[in-house]
Design a protein around this ligand. Structure first.
Ligand code: BGC
Length: 815
């Protein structure tokens, strides 16, 4: 399985890596004795925990998986390039987009425009802001996720984007405090894998390249990049970026899993991450890029660096990175325009024989194959000039190339996407509590609206700060967007309440609410319902300090609920919050609305008034206490050694609900949980083997994108009957969890999501749901065999409506 494991082949050629000698040759010692009694770690090559084996050379693309024709065109294009042109094809340049590949007019190539981000166009005017990644995951709805992606990509394409910098499977959500988990999907590889797949297919069906990011182990923002010495040149570190130290089994079963779905669904490109992985920078980690991604998963596209994540020339190139972004040495600052590890240094490296021309050719061919595959050479929209001035990554005063623009500026690309976004906002909001018939609202005549998250945004349309007043429909960093229009809850409620002739009062000042007795504030008698809107901010480059709601939100709920016996709480949040007020008897309903994008107000009104029946489910765990979560972000590095930032993933497979299950911790609201205005039952579980002569290891087959194709074949099918037992129609989300046999190595989580569906049921209706289990779903990663192995013995499959709400089970021996 393993490609040639060469000795420090590249380390000797670090001509172009002045400050970044690859640390992959230096094993780091784990401070504790973690896993000494677990499956033997065989050799350091097989299990890279704490160090990264060197794996060279970087495999050439072959175009397998249907890319052959496009690859032939890419080869023909590459053959016409000069050495210098080839080097610039893989070296970003400042320009109108967040990432730019220069045009080559003599070949009719107008360059590549790479844009943020996964929730809509960061640099967009007259463009839509869609629901966030965590919202999409909370819908548990494959079609919704695909439709969202297709619509996002339509807008990007109309603005001239060739590559959307997303979707995100890293962070996966190891730590509850991660600042970017809302950009990604679920704290579970299976659900995230499905989201990656649907999103990438959606983007690329619309004609825009997807970029699966951030590969791999990008699980904290803190020290994600090295700290640089301000008095030295921009490549001298004070301390290197954090190293995510992850064992081989965990890499495969948790962090790489959704990226395998990404490759299988044809992702054009990957972004290597800021962090180090097992001691070696992700963008010069030959084990991750050459071995895992390009060999084991058979990835045929190109790997670009995260912005400023390149720390060497030759070492990165030989390790499998194909394109450096944004191009210059560092992310921001003078060095941007003055030099690059690639660019002229790359032409020099080819000329002096350090880098073989065939490697550079492969980098360009990998870049251009998806371009031809998606027909981006045919009548592709030009870059809308309005994106340039909004580009915070390379503002116009940094541009070196004389960019020219054609076509209309400030194109309105929204179409009727607001309809879709409104629907998606409602279908990704999780109803966590609903007592005393609080919801849906029944034409209340007196409504009070509270909280600083209820009203219009008050600090402009680019919500990149944690402003005090205004609804929070997405969060900060490169994944944010500019709002061309935004529906806020207070406006939407006021408009809806007019239909009932209701009185609507509002108090949006949290400080006032927590310092003044409420009866002194409101008009007349107790409102029929008190709607409290609260928020929780998250942003790139910073992890969260606390899981509480911001702006004293919990105290606002206590203050309102002290007087109002029908208090309904709505949160706009990146996801995980501790909700200390959840058991308060006067808090009758709670809704987690995540970051729903531009239709935040209309979407929540649709749910509150029952126009939409809630159907979303938590894609993470809501715990009682912050201390119930494991794997906190590594922060307390007190020493100042260059490589002292080490994050040991000692919890191994115990990520998210796996940790709660394995350690018997009761969550407040478990993974997969969410209420509806109706109720469901599930029964009649039955199973059927789809494979004869099943073998423990997959039959050897030629690798295709996604790895051995046998891993993706259905080996067992489970069916169950789901009935709507309540009084209204709605969506059920039946879920299937696998308990692996006792023969599986120690550390296997008690229960893991391995199937789900979302089905519409009229009141009283029953439908049969089918869960197809692929070979990978019933295998664990055997570090000795370096392959996926189906364990012998009995599996227990539990089906139900959350990770803790099981209605039927079946015991199955596959081998
Ligand atoms: C982020 C990427 C983003 C890039 C370009 C980086 O800081 O990590 O996700 O696409 O910037 O803005």
């Amino acid at each position: 399985m393993m490609r040639t494991v060469a000795n420090a082949l590249v380390a000797s050629g670090l001509l172009l890596a002045p400050a970044a000698a690859d640390s992959c040759q230096t094993p780091i010692n784990h401070p504790g004795t973690a896993f000494s009694n677990v499956q033997p770690l065989n050799t350091t090559i097989l299990d890279p925990y704490g160090h990264s084996p060197a794996v060279y050379p970087s495999p050439n693309t072959t175009g397998i998986g249907g890319w052959e024709e496009a690859m032939a065109k890419a080869k023909a294009f590459t053959a016409q390039l000069t050495l210098e042109e080839k080097a610039w094809m893989v070296t970003g340049q400042p320009g109108p987009c967040v990432g730019n590949v220069l045009p080559i007019p003599r070949l009719n190539f107008s360059g590549l425009c790479l844009q943020n981000g996964p929730q809509g166009i960061e640099e967009g005017t007259y463009s839509s802001v869609f629901v966030s990644g965590v919202s999409a995951a909370a819908s548990w709805d494959r079609k919704l996720i695909y439709d969202r992606a297709y619509a996002i990509a339509e807008e990007h394409k109309a603005k001239g984007t060739h590559v959307i910098l997303g979707p995100v499977a890293g962070p996966l959500g190891r730590s509850a405090y991660n600042g970017r988990s809302w950009e990604g999907f679920a704290a579970d590889p299976y659900l995230t894998g499905v989201c990656m797949e649907e999103t990438i297919i959606g983007f690329q069906d619309a004609g825009v390249q997807a970029n699966a990011k951030h590969f791999i182990g990008n699980e904290q923002e803190t020290q994600r990049n090295p700290t640089f010495d301000p008095n030295a040149n921009a490549t001298t570190y004070i301390q290197d970026s954090v190293s995510s130290n992850i064992d081989d089994r965990t890499v495969h079963e948790i962090y790489m899993w959704p990226f395998a779905n990404a490759v299988r669904s044809g992702a054009a490109s990957f972004m290597c991450s800021y962090n180090r992985l097992n001691g070696s920078h992700s963008c010069q980690n030959s084990w991750a890029l050459n071995h895992l991604l390009k060999t084991e998963l058979g990835f045929q596209g190109y790997v670009m660096s995260d912005w400023g994540a390149t720390h060497s020339g030759v070492a990165s190139i030989e390790s499998g990175m194909d394109m450096t972004m944004p191009g210059g040495f560092t992310l921001y600052g003078e060095m941007w325009t003055e030099g690059s590890y690639f660019g002229k240094n790359l032409t020099a490296a080819v000329e002096n024989g350090t880098v073989d021309m065939s490697r550079l050719d492969d980098m360009v061919i990998r870049t251009m194959t998806p371009y031809y595959l998606l027909g981006q050479d045919q009548d592709y929209p030009s870059v809308d000039s309005s994106v340039g001035p909004l580009n915070v990554d390379s503002p116009p005063d940094t541009w070196l190339y004389d960019w020219t623009f054609t076509g209309t500026s400030n194109r309105d690309v929204r179409g009727n996407h607001s309809v879709l976004i409104r629907q998606h906002g409602a279908e990704s909001t999780v109803l966590l509590k609903n007592e005393n018939g609080a919801l849906p609202l029944n034409a209340p005549k007196s409504i009070a609206v509270f909280g600083n998250d209820a009203g219009p945004i008050t600090q402009g349309a680019y919500n990149n700060v944690n402003y005090e007043y205004g609804v929070l429909p997405n969060a900060g960093g490169s994944g944010t967007c500019r709002f061309s229009s935004l529906s806020n809850p207070l406006d939407a409620i006021t408009r809806r309440a007019e239909q009932d002739g209701a009185l609507v009062q509002s108090w949006l000042n949290n400080t006032l609410l927590t310092t003044t007795a409420l009866p002194d504030l409101w008009i007349g008698q107790l409102p029929d319902v008190c709607l409290v809107f609260l928020k929780s901010w998250a942003e790139e480059n910073k992890d969260r300090d606390s899981l509480d709601l911001d702006w004293n939100g919990s105290a606002v709920v206590e203050a309102v609920a002290t007087y109002c016996n029908n208090t309904v709480v709505v949160t706009h949040s990146n996801g995980i919050n501790v909700l200390p007020f959840a058991d308060h008897p006067n808090v009758t309903a709670i809704l987690a609305a995540h970051y729903p994008g531009e239709q935040a107000g209309n979407a929540i009104v649709d749910l509150l008034y029952g126009k939409v029946n809630p159907s979303a489910k938590l894609p993470y765990v809501m715990a009682y206490n912050e201390s119930d979560y494991n794997a906190p972000v590594t922060t307390a590095v007190q020493t100042n050694g260059t490589y002292d930032w080490q994050s040991w993933f000692d919890e191994r497979l115990e990520v998210g609900y796996r940790h709660f299950d394995a350690n018997d911790i009761t969550p407040r609201y478990e993974f997969g949980f969410g209420l509806s205005y109706t109720t469901f039952s599930l029964s009649g579980l039955s199973g059927n083997s789809s494979a004869s002569n099943l073998t423990a290891l997959p039959p050897a087959r030629d690798t295709m994108p996604g790895g051995n194709p046998a891993l993706w074949e259905t080996v067992y099918t489970i069916k169950a009957d789901v009935t709507n037992t309540g009084g209204v129609a709605g969506y059920a989300v039946p879920q299937l969890y696998a308990g692996f046999p006792d023969s599986t190595p120690e550390g296997t989580p008690p229960s893991q999501l391995r199937g789900f569906d979302k089905i519409w049921l009229e009141a009283g209706e029953t439908k049969t749901v089918t869960f197809d289990l692929m070979r990978r779903d019933v295998s664990y990663w055997d570090i000795v065999a370096q392959d996926w192995r189906i364990p012998s013995g009995a599996f227990t499959f539990n089906a139900g409506f959350s990770s803790r709400d099981f209605w039927a089970n079946s015991t199955v021996v596959l081998l």
